[in-house]
Design a protein around this ligand. Structure first.
Ligand code: KIV
Length: 291
């Protein structure tokens, strides 16, 4: 049996991303948490991240810490069912890679079995052994450095990282070590633009920035932020390209007003009985209730 297939739409692969970085083509990634957002994003971006940001964006949590593997699997499966051409990256949630290599591999491998092409995990030098073990199991890993939201308690809030000499140099070391351990790309979040640019030029693998300036190999923003779908505080690195919240609420209000006024539904939005049934239906009487 041949294992080589020629898909009609070319899917994005990890070697393509490496080539695009070398060619200077900027990479685009956004999040998707369900089939609707995945279908909107797929033809536009190179990578779709099933981010643990689903916790604060969609599930009403204050941060990503309560997000579990079960939640991530549920959202990944919804996205994967759309069979996207973009590369699917699934985010390893808090505590899914902290309790031993075996459990980490099972969790990450489960993501691949559900349709992800790669996993992402937060952290630097401490994660080298984990990255090596995953890569050893043919599980591609995207690293994530800088403002790593799962470390919110250690950082004392969602604060820009890498501003002191020690922090900046540690980040450059970590980026290098993650590349050496086998990461195929790195997310750089919430760090000074100069630091992100230095990391990017020193690495062979692509960097995907979020709040890390224009010098990265690509950019990622949360889907709901790009489309202005949330009313939450918007950090300065977010540029909303639509007021999606207002747009959708206006459309919904229009529909609600039409329902209340009787303008919805109209006859073309209704099903009709065959004419032959008009009389039996009009002459129907309720059956007598038996005691
Ligand atoms: O969970 C997420 O959405 C992320 C991106 C912001 C990089 O980690």
């Amino acid at each position: 049996m041949s294992h080589v297939s020629e898909p009609s739409v070319e899917c994005v692969t990890i070697p393509m991303l490496q080539r695009w970085k070398a060619e200077g083509r900027r990479l685009v990634m956004t999040t998707a948490y369900d089939a609707v957002t995945a279908r909107i994003a797929d033809s536009v971006v190179d990578m779709v991240l099933i981010g643990d940001s689903v916790g604060n964006v969609c599930l009403g949590f204050d941060n990503t810490l309560p997000v579990s593997m079960a939640m991530m699997n549920h959202h990944l499966e919804a996205v994967a069912r759309t069979k996207p051409r973009a590369l699917l990256v699934a985010d390893m949630p808090f505590l899914s890679f902290h309790l031993g290599l075996e459990e980490t591999i099972r969790n990450a491998g489960g993501f691949l079995q559900r349709g992800a092409a790669a996993v992402k995990l937060e952290g630097g030098a401490k994660r080298i052994e984990i990255v090596r073990a995953l890569v050893d199991c043919e599980i591609p890993v995207m690293g994530h450095l800088g403002l790593t939201p799962q470390s919110v308690n250690v950082m004392g809030g969602f604060k820009v990282q890498g501003r002191s000499a020690d922090d900046a140099l540690r980040l450059l070391d970590d980026a290098w070590r993650l590349q050496e351990a086998g990461c195929f790309a790195l997310v750089l979040e919430g760090i000074p633009a100069e630091l992100a640019a230095r990391a990017t030029e020193s690495l062979e693998i692509p960097t995907i920035g979020i709040g890390a300036g224009p010098g990265c190999s690509g950019q990622v923003l949360v889907f709901h932020d790009v489309l202005g779908l949330t009313r939450a505080h918007r950090p300065k690195f977010v540029r909303a390209y639509a007021d999606g919240f207002q747009l959708l609420q206006d459309a919904l209000s229009h529909w609600a007003a039409d329902v209340r006024s009787g303008a919805f539904p109209e006859s073309q939005e209704s099903y009709r009985l065959p004419e032959a049934l008009a009389d039996p239906i009009a002459n129907w009487t309720p059956p007598s209730v038996k005691a």
